[in-house]
Design a protein around this ligand. Structure first.
Ligand SMILES: Cc1ncc(COP(=O)(O)O)c(C=O)c1O
Length: 396
């Protein structure tokens, strides 16, 4: 049968409505343009520019060479779960039973997918402060739920207002999904506001999903682990990972931690869809937990130097930028350019070959801003700032 005849017979899209309705990520679009250009300085990337520290690499290589080429337990190796439980206990004073309260996943991406799919009935709502990681809304929709965005504002240092969360609650609300330190703003939320969010969750009997993938990348202030707040553990799923802290994005390792009854649900999906996270990567992650702290400290010191450079540089060229205390993103307000964030990012790329991501890719709260990643070499940031200054002289 000719292709035309075949096409004539197919008159409908076989894609499920919830998939067909998903918008492509606003980040990808820019990467596709960047890939066709020379001499681009990319501040668009959301991953460490460092390669994985050598001792972690070696642990992965040793794992393969010693024949660890098989499945592990669905939940992940007990050694890794035990080390993770010890790590969370030692660092944050929150305790999880490695036997039934932890599952090792394929990145936080999978942990999020499992959590939302396991928890949401069709039409149940998840409140999400924005701007936020691009996958949150999409993953809620894929799980059959409804994302309900509330804005966070620069004047509040991009911390969500608990009263906004409370105002968005309906009888269909199931959970609040927060991600701090935040991608794309770099915001860290104070213990007081986190406690108020917990009080709202308690009042309405909601779950809290806390994505803490950037927990170790904080500058000058401690990270507060949400389930470590008094009374929070029983209604919280903690999502964490190795991608950002240990520069291990390509290894694909993350985890979910929470009460056994919830983890059991996540595990049910994980065992049928994924089976287990990659064995090599689990062995490398174990090394990261046991001996990786010095590397994290070194990377944090280097990010911090770049953070100081980019934040003061952006402010100096007339792009007001709040001081981020976590992750590796600066989030300048670009309204002084007279452009919206999409036009700004597009023109900056075309005219000065600097790639940034329009803030609206991260939800409505990102309008008027762009995300600049400082997981980029110091010299490249210096050059990007020179180009952006030239751009703002023309457009400011
Ligand atoms: C806030 C946040 N959560 C989760 C992820 C996904 O990370 P992973 O590599 O662990 O899947 C990212 C990646 O950019 C992120 O920024």
């Amino acid at each position: 049968m000719s292709e035309l005849a075949t096409n004539m017979k197919i008159r409908r899209s076989y894609l499920a409505n919830r998939v067909a309705s998903l918008k492509p990520s606003g980040i990808r679009k820019f990467f596709d343009i960047v890939a066709t250009m020379n001499d681009v300085i990319s501040l668009g990337i959301g991953e460490p520019d460092f390669t994985t520290p050598d001792s972690i690499l070696q642990a992965g290589i040793r794992s393969l060479q010693s024949g660890q080429t098989h499945y592990t337990s669905n939940s992940g190796t007990l050694e890794l779960r035990q080390a993770l439980a010890d790590h969370l206990q030692g660092r944050y004073g929150v305790s999880y039973d490695p036997q039934n309260e932890l599952v090792i996943t394929v990145g936080v991406s999978e942990a999020l997918y499992l959590a939302l799919t396991a928890l949401l009935n069709p039409g149940e709502e998840v409140i999400i402060p924005t701007p936020c990681f691009v996958a949150y809304q999409a993953e809620v929709i894929l799980a059959g739920g409804v994302p309900v965005e509330i804005p966070s504002r620069m004047e509040d240092n991009f911390q969500p207002r608990p009263e906004d969360i409370e105002a968005a609650i309906t009888p269909r609300t199931k959970a609040i999904l927060i991600g701090y330190p935040n991608n794309p703003t770099g915001a860290v939320v104070s213990p007081e506001i986190l406690t108020e969010i917990l009080e709202v969750a308690e009042k309405y009997d909601l779950l809290v999903l806390s994505d803490e993938i950037y927990d170790q990348l904080v500058y000058g202030i401690p990270h507060v682990c949400f389930p470590a707040l008094p009374g929070a553990r029983g209604r919280t799923l903690l999502l964490g990972g190795f991608s950002k802290n240990y520069a291990m994005t390509g290894w694909r390792i993350g985890y979910a931690a929470g009460p056994a009854a919830l983890i059991k649900g996540l595990l049910r999906i994980h065992q049928y869809t994924i089976m287990c996270a990659p064995t090599t990567a689990q062995d490398a992650a174990l090394e990261a937990l046991l001996h990786g702290q010095q590397y994290v400290d070194e990377m944090v010191a280097r990010y911090n130097r770049r953070r100081n450079l980019i934040v003061s540089g952006l402010n100096d060229i007339g792009l007001p930028t709040f001081e981020p205390h976590g992750a590796f993103y600066a989030f300048p307000n670009i309204t002084a350019s007279g452009m919206d964030e999409e036009t700004f990012a597009q023109k900056l790329l075309e005219e000065e070959h600097v790639a940034v991501v329009p803030g609206s890719a991260f939800g409505a709260g990102g309008e008027g801003f762009v995300r600049c990643s400082y997981a980029t070499a110091y010299k490249e940031i210096e050059e990007a700032l020179r180009r952006m200054e030239r751009f703002m002289r023309r457009h400011g």
